[in-house]
Design a binder for this molecule. Structure first.
Ligand SMILES: [Zn+2]
Length: 81
């Protein structure tokens, strides 16, 4: 009983840590809607079936692409062009 509880608690803790890590990673990648390499704006080019948004860089020869699944891309700077 106790062993099972500890095991389940560890799984939950791992899951939460994974979520927090993934979100902070995406937030860092998103960088307030600005590419960290060339300081150009991310441009949305596609949305996946799971709801994650695909962005490409407006600079970097437009080859750099990121996928954002967490709500870290709700930045008002994206609305004005
Ligand atoms: Zn770039």
């Amino acid at each position: 009983m106790e062993v099972e509880f500890v095991f389940a608690a560890c799984l939950v803790a791992l899951f939460i840590c994974g979520c927090v890590w993934a979100r902070s990673f995406e937030r860092k990648t998103w960088n307030n809607g600005i590419c960290s390499e060339c300081a150009k704006r991310w441009v949305c080019f596609d949305m996946a079936s799971d709801g994650s948004r695909g962005y490409r860089c407006a600079g970097c020869q437009r080859t750099k692409r990121i996928w954002i699944s967490w709500a870290v891309d709700t930045n008002p700077r994206l609305i004005d062009d």
